[in-house]
Design a protein around this ligand. Structure first.
Ligand code: ADP
Ligand code: ASP
Ligand code: MG
Length: 414
C-alpha cells in the first residue's frame, strides 16, 4: 500500500476556495496511484466561528479558568467540524471519503489535558477504510485516553497527528499544507523577505521549531525523525515544491555551501514576561523553594539566570498573574516586565565558532534594540527584547548572518 498523509492547516480548510485546492491536491495524489489519508485542523484563525481560539474564548466566557477536561472536549469540536465539511466537499467532487475523530482514527494519548502525548496509534480502522477505497479525513490535534476521555495535543498539534499516522501507516511521506510556501529563514510576518529553504535535516527544523518557528510542531518533527518519515512543508495556495525535511540530504539545492553556514534561521516567541526577584537570592525563602512552588503551580520557566545577588527568568504572559500571586505569597518582591519577545538565531553551524555572540550583540545594538536577558545552547543564541523591537531585531539578525542573500556561497558571518 502506497500511502501519503496530507495535513491541511486552519487557513487551508477555511474557505471554499481553499477546500477546492485541497480536493485538487488529493486528486493529484490519487492519480499517481497513492492512497491518501487527510488530517485537518480547525477552520480559520482566531475570531472565525470554529477556530480553536474562538472555542477557547467561548469556554472562558462560561468560566474564566475552564476545566481542562471540558476545554479539551470543546476544542476537539473545531477539528471535528472541519472533517465533516472537508469530507462533504470531497464526496461532492466524486471522492468517497469518511470523516473520523482522533479516537476513531486510533490515536491514543495519555491524560494530560491540553498537552497530551500520543502513546500509541492503532490504524486498523483507517486501513479498513482505505481497503474500501474510502479516503479518511481525520480530525487533527486530538486523541482519546484508554478510558475514553477526549484529549488535545497542544496548540499546533494537528502536525503531530499527521506525522504519527504517517509513521504508523508506513507512509511514503507526510505533506504539511499551510499558508506559506515552506520553511523559511524567518517568519515572513516578521521578516517579509525571508527565504524558503529547499531542504533541511530533521535536526535543523527541530531546532527551529523548538525555538518558536510555528510552521511545524516540534513533536511532529521528533516523531518524523524517529521513524524516518520524510516531511514536505508546502503551500496549499501555490505549486511551489516547499521544503523537504528528510534524513538523506542528497544534493542540496540551497544553500549550496551549507557546511559554511553558521545560522539556519531566525525564530521568535512572543507574549513573554521577564520576572525579576527584587530581594535577590539571599532573601528567605531559599531559591529552591521559589522554583518548587512555581513548578507546583504549573508555571514553566525559561531563560533562567541565578547569581548570588539576582534571580530572573521568563514566563509566558498568560501565567504572569498566577506567578505574581505565588511569588507574593512567599513574601518576595517581584518586578514583572510584560510585553517581551524572544528572538533567536538557530544553526548547527555555530557550534564552537567564535564571534557569533559578538555579531548578535553588534547587530542588535546597531538596530537600537536593547537586550534584556540572553540564553544559549550549542546551536542557539536567544535574546529577550521588548516586543516593540521584534521586527527590527529579527531583520537585523537576518541580515547580519547573511540570510538575506540569494546565495550562501561564502557562508554567513561568524
Ligand atoms: P497551519 O494552520 O497551516 O498549521 P500555522 O499558523 O500553524 O499554520 O503555521 C504557519 C505560519 O507559521 C505561517 O503563516 C508563518 O507566519 C509562521 N512561521 C513562523 N516561522 C516560520 C518559518 N520559519 N517559516 C515559515 N513560516 C513560519
Ligand atoms: N487547531 C489547533 C490549534 O489552533 C491545532 C492545529 O491547528 O494544529 O492549535
Ligand atoms: Mg500549525
Amino acid at each position: 500500500m502506497k500511502v501519503v498523509v496530507q495535513k491541511f492547516g486552519g487557513t487551508s480548510v477555511a474557505t471554499e476556495d481553499a477546500r477546492q485546492r485541497l480536493v485538487a491536491r488529493v486528486k493529484h495524489a490519487m492519480s499517481e496511484g497513492l492512497l491518501v489519508v487527510i488530517v485537518v485542523s480547525a477552520m480559520g484563525r482566531g475570531g472565525e466561528p470554529y477556530a480553536t481560539d474562538t472555542l477557547i474564548e467561548l469556554a472562558r466566557k462560561a468560566h474564566p479558568e475552564p476545566d481542562p477536561r471540558e476545554l479539551d472536549l470543546l476544542m476537539s469540536c473545531g477539528e471535528i467540524i472541519s472533517t465533516v465539511v472537508v469530507s462533504g466537499t470531497l464526496r461532492a467532487s466524486g471522492i468517497d471519503s469518511v470523516a473520523m475523530t482522533g479516537a476513531q482514527a486510533g490515536i491514543f494519548t495519555d491524560g494530560a489535558f491540553g498537552n497530551s502525548r500520543i502513546i500509541r496509534v492503532d490504524p486498523k480502522r483507517i486501513m479498513e477504510e482505505l481497503d474500501r477505497h474510502r479516503t479518511p479525513v481525520v480530525a487533527g490535534f486530538q486523541g482519546t485516553t484508554e478510558t475514553g476521555e477526549t484529549t488535545t495535543l497542544g496548540r499546533g498539534g494537528s502536525d503531530i497527528t499527521a506525522v504519527a499516522l504517517g509513521a504508523s501507516l508506513g507512509a511514503l511521506s507526510v505533506e504539511i499544507f499551510t499558508d506559506v510556501d515552506g520553511i523559511k529563514t524567518a517568519d515572513p510576518r516578521v521578516v517579509p523577505h525571508a527565504r524558503t529553504i529547499d531542504r533541511m535535516s530533521y535536526d535543523e527544523i527541530s531546532q527551529m521549531a523548538h525555538e518558536g518557528a510555528k510552521v511545524i510542531h516540534p513533536r511532529a518533527v521528533e516523531i518524523a525523525m524517529r521513524h524516518n518519515v520524510p516531511l514536505r512543508i508546502r503551500s496549499t495556495f501555490d505549486d511551489a515544491p516547499g521544503t523537504l525535511v528528510s534524513r538523506t540530504q542528497g544534493a542540496l539545492a540551497w544553500p549550496e555551501s551549507r557546511h559554511y553556514q553558521v545560522v539556519t534561521g531566525i525564530t521568535h516567541v512572543t507574549d513573554l514576561c521577564l520576572v525579576s526577584l527584587l530581594n535577590g537570592t539571599g532573601a528567605a525563602p531559599p531559591i529552591t523553594s521559589v522554583f518548587r512552588k512555581l513548578a507546583e503551580g504549573g508555571v514553566s520557566i525559561d531563560m533562567i539566570s541565578v547569581s548570588q545577588s539576582d534571580c530572573s527568568f521568563v514566563i509566558k504572559e498568560d501565567v504572569s498573574d498566577r506567578t505574581n500571586r505565588i511569588l507574593k505569597s512567599l513574601g518576595l518582591g517581584v518586578d514583572l516586565k510584560r510585553h517581551c519577545a524572544k528572538v533567536s538565531i538557530v544553526g548547527s553551524g555555530m557550534r564552537g565558532v567564535p564571534g557569533v555572540m559578538a555579531n548578535v550583540a553588534e547587530a542588535l545594538h546597531d538596530a537600537g534594540v536593547g537586550i534584556l536577558q540572553t540564553s544559549d545552547s550549542h546551536v542557539t543564541i536567544s535574546c529577550l527584547i521588548s516586543h516593540d523591537n521584534l521586527h527590527k531585531a529579527a531583520q537585523a539578525l537576518h541580515s547580519r548572518f547573511g540570510l538575506d542573500e540569494a546565495s550562501q556561497q561564502r557562508g554567513n558571518q561568524s
